[in-house]
Design a protein around this ligand. Structure first.
Ligand SMILES: Nc1ncnc2c1ncn2[C@@H]1O[C@H](COP(=O)(O)OP(=O)(O)O)[C@@H](O)[C@H]1O
Ligand SMILES: [Mg+2]
Length: 254
């Protein structure tokens, strides 16, 4: 498969809305959201607590279905619903969600073993070395620091070469030094692997390290190029590829 073909793969949210019923009241978190996420690019979502960052991430990653609209995966062969491509998607949770009874090596090897890959342990070793944990492979999660556990979670998300990685506040539990290291590691690993990365963060610094960012609940929901922000509004040649048509995000109670 050629690089050009791989990098044309994308996730498309079309006319998406998300509503919840809460105490018999319908809460519409957002509606008419149109966004694209392209493989090989990095995106950050920021915003205050409760603004809908995690909800948007679970829609983009296919972990949740929207109330209305479509979340689809598009490649050279056509378009399919997101839940059908779970094996192409890695998700990194704020609380790591490592399996406590497995050591670091087996936590990282698990996604490969579940997919029936041969050489799972060798690939897991490669990724643990890559995230700087060559001396911690036999440690269980309880024997690792928060930063080390997050590195294991990153290695586990990347080990099966996913096309897209979604990370929900991956540095939220870490001290500033570890947070900077982890975010750099995540951005560089995704870029080396050609994976698309969407990261939810409270860190403005991390958000500007991603190529594109979106700040909830500002409407319309639209990716803004970090380069453009850095160069004070220079025209963004790529913007067309990352935003779809007209968009509206809104939050209202009915
Ligand atoms: N399943 C649900 N049912 C009802 N309300 C929900 C549900 N999921 C999220 N919400 C509400 O939607 C809002 C946004 O939540 P969330 O996406 O977790 O925000 P953030 O990640 O930005 O803190 C919150 O007010 C939350 O209570
Ligand atoms: Mg959240």
């Amino acid at each position: 498969m050629s690089v050009a073909k791989i990098l044309s793969n994308r996730i498309e949210l079309s006319n998406v809305s998300q509503s919840f019923l809460s105490n018999d009241k319908k809460i519409t978190l957002f509606s008419d959201v149109n966004l694209s996420i392209q493989q090989g690019h990095s995106y950050a979502i920021t915003g205050p607590s409760g603004s809908g960052k995690s909800s948007l991430l679970t829609l983009m990653s296919g972990l949740c279905e929207p109330t209305t609209g479509n979340c689809q995966y598009q490649d050279a062969n056509g378009t399919i619903p997101l839940p059908q491509i779970r094996d192409k998607i890695g998700f990194i949770f704020q609380q790591f969600h490592l399996l406590p009874e497995l050591n670091a090596l087996n936590n990282v090897a698990l996604p490969l073993k579940l997919r029936g890959h041969k050489g799972a342990l060798d690939k897991a070793r490669y990724w643990l070395e890559k995230v700087g944990l060559e001396d911690r492979m036999q440690h269980k999660p309880s024997q690792l620091s928060g930063g080390e556990q997050q590195r294991v979670a990153i290695a586990r998300a990347l080990v099966f070469n996913p096309e897209f990685i979604f990370a929900d506040e991956p540095t939220g539990n870490l001290d500033p030094g570890s947070a900077a290291e982890i975010s750099q590691l995540l951005l560089s690993s995704c870029s080396e692997n050609g994976a698309g990365l969407v990261i939810v963060t409270h860190s403005e610094r991390l958000a500007t390290q991603a190529e594109f960012s979106l700040s909830l609940p500002v409407k319309p929901f639209e990716w803004h190029s970090s380069e453009v922000e850095k160069s004070h509004g220079k025209e963004n040649q790529n913007k067309e590829n990352h935003n779809k048509g007209s968009q509206q995000g809104e939050r209202h109670y009915a």
